[in-house]
Design a protein around this ligand. Structure first.
Ligand SMILES: CCCCCCCCCC/C=C\CCCC(=O)SCCNC(=O)CCNC(=O)[C@H](O)C(C)(C)COP(=O)(O)OP(=O)(O)OC[C@H]1O[C@@H](n2cnc3c(N)ncnc32)[C@H](O)[C@@H]1OP(=O)(O)O
Ligand SMILES: Cc1cc2nc3c(=O)[nH]c(=O)nc-3n(C[C@H](O)[C@H](O)[C@H](O)COP(=O)(O)OP(=O)(O)OC[C@H]3O[C@@H](n4cnc5c(N)ncnc54)[C@H](O)[C@@H]3O)c2cc1C
Length: 668
């Protein structure tokens, strides 16, 4: 059954491609050198036979899956230690090494929280002395940790966390307690059975006063035996929609003592006598979350790109129905409705990757300033990371589902890998700040900016500067061009911010408190935040492709420009109600937008397969029966079906045990 031949449709599609594939791959990776480095890393990892599976995970038990994931995570960690030597913890650009996880562990690594939030918190929130004690131990896995913030009763509202850390000056220790069931830490990745240390976020009490939440590093298991230490109640929270191997756990403390020096003291401090010295800003405690939100934007782009590859290749191979009478069944990729489902996801994969890298670079700049003692840009970064994390995970989740639907019944198979991809991005809509809550954070910043504008202050941060153009009546006219559409989105964002502001003010004038007025206006606030975020994505995507065009070949540049335009026109049509309401477009301009959208689908069609090949995911990374490079879709589906343990015997014992007696009873 196995054949190395590539499906003829895919061969034909690839021959039609108008640009140089290698050039696109280098562009996606960020340069030829990075492509070579990535490929070499993939080669090394995928040559390790211990990372390969005999049986698909789906047929294993929860426990077996976890144990295999831990085994593989150890191999991968060792490789990374070698690979990442001398590399900064926060590299110049988001790292590609996690891309290999879908080819090895498949689901989430039980060490994921160690490698991300645990390390990042040590790096960001420990003072130099503490870092000297912990950082290399954590990097070398002499201690394994997680980030334990969320509790059973509180995830979003951090001020409401219940775990307490009470300072005892007699012994110079903090006493950790979980006062109620709802105070149990709940969700941290790796917490169940993997880690021996945690960063715990707890309410700090000293000299009889509460000083809000602070981070502590806490050992919870014996380093030799791995047995939970006395006073620690720890375990796993059970199966979820995805993340089966992440080992998310629960944790409670009973009068558990840790030394004073285990409070992370880069910003705030507790002196030996219990005196509390507060930090320059309470918000610095939340720093790790900003870094992770930025990283999530990049993860989401990777996951949507994988889904787009799978669905586009499958659509080139799959033939169904008839376009013209008496002609063979066409490739489903030729149906314009199918192109509508797919091409926007190719464009979105590029848009979000590009905006993710821009955001990463912006973040590094802000961190540098913070290290120099300047926190001025933190609110803007917080606002950006909140709305981009929310909108990008929302778009990617919707896009992956659209890709699944585009694959018809076969998209519903686990072996297509689309369900797993979906389970990852939909989780990201909740973790690291639930999306609605994060959009409301950005809305806070936008309303403050609007107030600033109304007070005549024109010194705005760069990403909200555009609002000045719409604060007063302007003479701008709608144009059916990229810049015209972006201006239209700016008008929508400004209009929505103004409307939300006016609504909240109206409620305050009617006697409501600020907080009540906020809640009453919150639907509009969320929409204003999303509209602002769309402006950022459109602007960054368009500008970055424009800049890159100076160095790219005309052929590639042309195709990427088509993707930018498709993205803009798609969203203009999706949001035409808003654009009609807030910009100067008239309903007579809409048909031209629709015509252009259809033209763009036709222009992109010949390059569709080339474009997804350009994301350059290896088959092992895609891990999909429908998306492999050779397009042997039906052969792979059958090969996978035959792996079902139920197919190992022609008659299952349940027939003799239940069905046969049941049938015989029915005969009587
Ligand atoms: C192919 C690739 C495969 C890759 C696979 C990837 C796999 C990924 C696996 C990863 C898995 C999981 C990781 C997830 C880990 C977690 O979820 S950790 C827990 C995260 N928890 C949260 O995010 C909690 C959300 N809540 C909050 O952040 C805050 O409490 C909230 C933002 C809601 C604000 O709370 P409030 O009480 O309303 O406000 P205050 O706290 O008082 O804030 C006052 C001001 O501070 C500003 N603020 C808030 N947060 C920040 C911040 N982080 N930075 C800067 N500023 C901040 C806030 O806006 C207020 O400002 P203002 O007063 O308006 O000026
Ligand atoms: C897969 C996964 C992995 C995770 N890993 C970790 C981890 O490693 N470490 C860790 O500490 N945590 C982790 N978490 C927890 C995660 O960070 C929280 O679940 C998340 O922050 C949301 O909090 P919550 O569950 O309390 O939701 P809630 O806040 O209870 O949200 C429920 C609903 O209430 C709404 N809501 C809440 N507050 C407001 C508001 N102010 N305004 C309007 N609406 C509101 C929300 O929009 C949502 O619709 C993980 C979660 C998941 C799903």
């Amino acid at each position: 059954m196995t054949s190395t031949k590539v499906n003829v449709d895919l061969v034909r599609e690839r021959a039609k491609c108008t640009f140089d594939l290698k050039e696109l791959i280098h562009f996606v990776d960020g340069g030829e050198e990075i492509t070579s480095e990535r490929k070499a890393f993939e080669e090394t990892v995928l040559a390790i036979k211990e990372l390969k599976d005999d049986i698909p995970e789906d047929y294993l038990s929860h426990k077996e899956r976890y144990e295999i994931a831990v085994r593989k995570a150890c191999i991968l960690r060792e490789l990374r230690l070698r690979h990442d030597q001398n590399k900064p913890l926060l590299p110049e650009r988001p790292t590609y090494v996690y891309n290999i996880l879908p080819a090895t562990i498949k689901d989430i690594s039980p060490f994921y929280l160690h490698e991300t939030m645990f390390l990042a918190t040590i790096w960001g929130l420990m003072n130099d002395e503490q870092k000297a004690e912990w950082l290399s131990k954590a990097l070398d896995m002499k201690v394994i940790g997680t980030y334990a913030q969320t509790e059973l009763g509180h995830g979003t509202f951090l001020r409401g966390l219940e775990t307490t850390a009470t300072y005892d000056p007699e012994t110079e220790e903090f006493i950790l307690n979980t006062p109620t069931l709802t105070a149990y830490k709940w969700w941290p990745g790796g917490l169940g059975h993997t880690v021996n240390h945690c960063i715990i976020l707890a309410q700090l009490y000293t000299q009889g006063k509460c000083h809000g939440i602070q981070p502590f590093i806490v050992q919870i298991r014996d380093l030799e035996t791995h047995i939970p230490l006395p006073g620690v109640h720890v375990g796993e929270i059970g199966p979820k929609m995805g993340f089966q191997t992440a080992n998310n756990g629960f944790l409670g403390f009973k009068n558990f003592r840790i030394p004073r020096k285990n409070m992370l003291m880069k910003n705030s401090e507790v002196k030996k006598d219990g005196t509390y010295v507060s930090s320059k800003s309470d918000r610095l405690t939340y720093g790790t979350m900003v870094v992770v939100r930025v990283n999530i934007v990049n993860d989401a782009a990777m996951q949507l790109s994988a889904a787009a590859i799978i669905a586009v290749r499958y659509s080139a191979v799959r033939h169904q129905s008839q376009l013209k009478p008496n002609e063979p069944e066409p490739q489903i990729l030729d149906y314009v409705t199918q192109q509508r489902k797919l091409f926007i996801n190719i464009a979105t994969g590029h848009a979000i990757r590009i905006v993710g890298r821009w955001l990463w670079k912006t973040m590094l700049g802000v961190i540098q300033k913070i290290l120099e003692g300047n926190l001025d840009q933190l609110p803007e970064l917080h606002a950006l990371s909140c709305c981009l994390k929310a909108v990008c995970t929302q778009d990617c989740t919707a896009g992956i589902e659209q890709c699944r639907l585009a694959c018809g019944g076969h998209g519903y198979m686990n072996s297509s890998n689309l369900p797993l991809l979906y389970s990852h991005t939909t989780a990201a809509m909740t973790y690291e700040g639930e999306n609605t809550v994060l959009l409301l954070q950005t809305a806070r910043y936008l309303l403050k900016t609007w107030t600033q504008i109304l007070e005549g202050d024109t010194k705005l941060n760069p990403t909200v500067l555009y609002l000045l153009n719409f604060a007063k009546p302007t003479d701008y006219r709608w144009e059916n061009t990229n810049q015209g559409i972006i201006k239209g989105f700016q008008a929508v964002a400004a209009g929505k911010i103004k409307t939300a502001y006016d609504t909240a003010s109206k409620h305050v004038s009617a006697g409501k408190s600020q907080e009540e007025a906020w809640n009453l206006a919150s639907i509009q606030l969320v929409e204003a935040s999303e509209a602002h975020c769309r402006v950022i994505i459109c602007e960054v995507f368009s500008n970055e492709i424009q800049c890159a065009s100076n160095t790219l070949s005309p052929n590639l540049s042309k195709v990427l420009q088509q993707l930018v335009e498709l993205y803009l026109v798609h969203w203009a049509l999706e949001k035409k109600g808003d654009i009609l309401l807030y910009s100067t477009i008239s309903k007579d301009d809409i048909p031209a937008l629709r015509d252009r959208y259809e033209e763009l689908l036709a222009l992109i069609r010949p390059n569709a397969v080339g474009l997804v090949d350009g994301f350059d995911f290896r088959d092992e990374v895609l891990n999909s029966t429908l998306g492999a490079y050779d397009g042997r879709v039906y052969e792979r589906l059958m090969e996978e079906a035959l792996k079902s343990p139920l197919n190992a015997e022609p008659v299952n014992s349940s027939f003799h045990k239940y069905i046969k007696p049941f049938m015989e009873k029915a005969k009587l």
